[in-house]
Design a protein around this ligand. Structure first.
Ligand SMILES: [Zn+2]
Length: 259
């Protein structure tokens, strides 16, 4: 299995990061994509992915942290991408996108930042890892304009079937994780069932987005991915081995991860 989206660089893992990674890999989660959120976190993220052969990095400016980002951070992103573009550990630009759920985040500034990062992804021929909350129509519009050479992943997809198909038409993969395991997530599970398997990937978004079986406040981690895979396979009516194999193949095809 591949955890296509996690934040192993976060302080929540400072006391036992290596042990979490070792346990995850022992459970069959061989590779993990660590998504970047802001410039000040990139050095720590880069150091984190050097500690294990199964870890890969994405650098980006997350819309949720809009207040922390400065215009020169885009220049810094360009420098990072220039420096590491041929490094096998760099796999994408992310986490970038639009969050229209939080009304205090200026929408136009988010769109500007997003569009500029999409341009960088195109320029460096990298896929993107996208955060889209209450913003699928706008994200889709931006992606149509950006014409990315390698598409990307819509992480923690939570839209309608029609929105999913718009992304899929653009070549995107859709990430599913803890949110889809909750018994009340019947709408999202209904969407998942109708999607082509070749466009689905698994993720934890750990330490956030706990699956249904974790107690409130308990830290999520890539160790939860096998059980997430099992639950989603049950929703899809296939074996968890088949879902694990197909989703890994999908991530591998898009991100071209080194062995
Ligand atoms: Zn994330």
């Amino acid at each position: 299995m591949i955890d296509s989206h996690c934040h192993l660089d976060f302080p929540a893992f400072d006391h036992d990061r290596a042990a979490v990674i070792a346990r995850s890999q022992a459970l069959g989660v061989r590779k993990m994509i660590v998504a970047g959120i802001s410039r000040q976190h990139w050095p720590r993220l880069w150091n984190t992915v050097q500690t294990n052969a199964g870890l890969y990095a994405a650098f980006g400016l997350h819309p949720y942290f809009l207040a922390e980002h400065h215009n020169q951070d885009l220049l810094a992103l360009r420098e990072y991408l220039t420096r590491y573009q041929d490094h096998p550990k760099l796999c994408a630009v992310g986490e970038i996108g639009l969050d229209f759920l939080l009304t205090d985040l200026d929408r136009q500034r988010q769109i500007d930042l997003f569009e500029q990062q999409l341009e960088l992804a195109a320029e460096f021929n990298l896929p993107v890892i996208i955060h889209a909350r209450r913003a699928n129509a706008q994200v889709t519009a931006c992606l149509k304009q950006a014409k990315l050479p390698r598409a990307g992943i819509i992480h923690a997809f939570s839209g309608s079937y029609e929105e999913a198909m718009e992304y899929i038409k653009l070549g995107f993969l859709l990430g599913f994780g803890g949110a889809a395991t909750w018994p009340r997530a019947t709408r999202l599970q209904g969407v998942l069932k109708r999607l082509p398997l070749e466009h689905i990937v698994l993720e934890t978004d750990s330490p956030d987005m706990p699956p249904a079986w974790l107690a409130t406040g308990q830290r999520n981690s890539p160790e939860q991915l096998p059980q997430i895979c099992q639950q989603l396979a049950a929703v899809l009516g296939i074996s968890s081995a088949e879902l694990a194999a197909q989703t890994s193949k999908n991530v591998q095809r898009l991100l071209n991860l080194s062995a």
